[in-house]
Design a protein around this ligand. Sequence first.
Ligand SMILES: C[C@@](CO)(OP(=O)(O)O)[C@H](O)COP(=O)(O)OP(=O)(O)OC[C@H]1O[C@@H](n2ccc(N)nc2=O)[C@H](O)[C@@H]1O
Ligand SMILES: Nc1ncnc2c1ncn2[C@@H]1O[C@H](COP(=O)(O)OP(=O)(O)O)[C@@H](O)[C@H]1O
Length: 278
Amino acid sequence: MSLANELTETAPAKINLALHVRGRMPDAYHRLETIFAFAQEGDRLSVEPDAALSLRIEGPFAAGLDAGPGNLVLRAAEALRQAAGVSAGAALRLAKNLPVAAGIGGGSADAAAALRLLARLWGTEVPLEPIARSLGADVPACLAGHTVRGEGRGDVLTPVDPGRLSGTPLLLVNPGAAMPTGPVFAAWDGMDRGALAQGEPLAAALAGRNDLEEPAIRLCPAIGELLAWLRARPGVLLARMSGSGATCFALFERDEDLARAEAAARRDWPWCLATILA
Ligand SMILES: C[C@@](CO)(OP(=O)(O)O)[C@H](O)COP(=O)(O)OP(=O)(O)OC[C@H]1O[C@@H](n2ccc(N)nc2=O)[C@H](O)[C@@H]1O
Ligand SMILES: Nc1ncnc2c1ncn2[C@@H]1O[C@H](COP(=O)(O)OP(=O)(O)O)[C@@H](O)[C@H]1O
């Protein structure tokens, strides 16, 4: 139910159409070349004015996700409050529809949605991008929210024209394993397999790869089985792991192909979402 004073935003699932790991940084991070794209659906974040800052989490993946100060929604809220010198609070409500630690940026998308929503609620025009950067490598891309190329830690962004990608039927499937990002990067073999092509994003993605697939499959063999399953679906244009996994995505030529793959995924895998690319 939507309340009179409530503001709401979707925190769309992020996918990495391709993810090239080019090397290690001097710190704990890796140098990336990636194309971020966004689904039309994701988590939903709502906010109402309140004196105190609070977060309530509901929805299919609420269980096990801490609503305390470590939650990215509250970290984003605190960071914005400090940057903007705001003393007001906010009552935040998160519908957690996306699996957690899944490579589809749920936490990053939630943080970006919190920044956008609270900037509206508190009427501040403080720049959000530096705050996003301080919250995680993926948060600036989620704040942009449209197809964008990422370099550096994934936070040096260049907008790209989505071209024929917008509206493409998209299936997300998770094999039921949580994959923390750090250990997957740590399992990367250190081999630079070359640059991600420039230009039209679907063509660049098709010619590219996800360099984290191999280490993620070593840590979680079910991802390899899921990729083989997705690649065998009729009408599939591209099937790949997103981010550090374990969620994999498939792009389809036609709505009918997506509908058939979704029906099969509901039978064979713990979680899936059929949607389109934004
Ligand atoms: C792999 C990607 C691809 O989009 O997505 P996810 O799988 O997390 O969705 C991202 O690079 C994740 O971004 P994000 O999840 O925001 O990462 P952070 O919280 O900043 O970092 C978590 C950990 O991931 C590793 N990390 C992250 C980014 C990067 N360029 N190099 C890294 O090595 C580091 O070990 C870091 O401590
Ligand atoms: N609102 C949130 N939603 C999801 N995860 C969150 C949130 N706040 C903090 N986290 C933590 O962030 C980590 C990364 O989660 P998430 O963004 O879902 O995955 P990924 O980085 O693989 O895309 C998880 O380990 C989780 O505990």
